[in-house]
Write a protein that binds this ligand. Structure first.
Ligand code: 8X3
Length: 251
């Protein structure tokens, strides 16, 4: 029997790569994001392989999130896998110079948005006695670094939420996997540095960063593990990255 996955932030980066990896595993897809055109293109590209549908909403909008999930037709309601991927970094600098707008954006999507989706989807999983939640955290959730305080705090919250969800939901047959990537070359740095391309490019200079597909491979591994196996936590770093901010670059 094929499974249904709901992926947030599916229009680009790790979310999009995860959708592509799931399609290869014959998992039907609810593709969620803010960018309608990109979702439509991905849905059309994967349509020949698996069933797909799209939901356009912003995870920061609590009412909109619940409304979107409620709007799913009956054949899409039994969600087997929730990938809480939507999230981002906004701004980079010491906390005393931080912009509260950036803090709100990070906490609202990375923490509260993840919770809204979890609340919208898990009661059905509990009822059915099975399910799998994959939370996309970061090495930044395990190691705080200078100039990234609030982003790191938001990801530390994801780490705690993954642990807590496992404590609350394992009894209902629901697996929880926490994925903590290091430096992945996506739109991540462009968003963090607010479109400053030169600064974003510098992050990935002098070493081979991870690709979104590398992370998607691990997510697919976790959701395809045998029923009795729960992949609890995976940290994935670039081979040249010893720790969050320790990257060995070749000039
Ligand atoms: C993003 C990865 O290395 O900037 O979550 O913390 S890093």
């Amino acid at each position: 029997m094929s499974r249904i996955a709901l992926i947030t932030g599916a229009s680009s980066g790790i979310g999009k790569a995860t959708a592509e990896a799931f399609a290869k595993s014959n998992i039907d897809l609810i593709l969620c994001g803010r960018r309608r055109e990109r979702l439509r293109e991905l849905s059309e590209a994967l349509g020949p392989y698996v069933k797909t549908t799209t939901l356009e909403f912003d995870v920061r909008d609590r009412t909109g999130t619940f409304k979107a999930i409620d709007s799913l037709p009956s054949e899409w309601r039994n969600i087997d896998i929730l990938v809480n991927n939507a999230g981002n970094a906004h701004g980079f600098g010491p906390v005393d110079e931080g912009d509260p707008e950036d803090w709100d954006a990070m906490l609202d999507s990375n923490v509260k948005g993840l919770l809204y989706l979890t609340k919208a989807v898990t009661p059905g999983m509990v009822q059915r006695g099975r399910g799998h939640i994959v939370n996309i955290s970061s090495i930044a959730g395990k190691q705080t670094y200078a100039n990234g305080t609030v982003y790191c705090a938001s990801k530390a919250a994801v780490e705690a939420l993954s642990e807590g969800m496992r404590l609350d939901l394992t009894q209902h047959g629901i697996k929880v996997t926490n994925i903590a990537p290091g430096a992945v070359e996506t739109e991540f740095s462009m968003v963090r540095f607010k479109g400053d391309e030169a600064r974003a490019d510098k992050v990935y200079e002098g070493f081979v960063p991870l690709r979104a597909e590398d992370i998607a491979d691990s997510i697919a591994y976790a959701v395809n593990a045998p029923a009795h196996v729960m992949i609890a936590d995976i940290t994935i770093l670039a081979a040249a990255q010893a720790a969050a901010t320790t990257v060995y670059r070749k000039s």
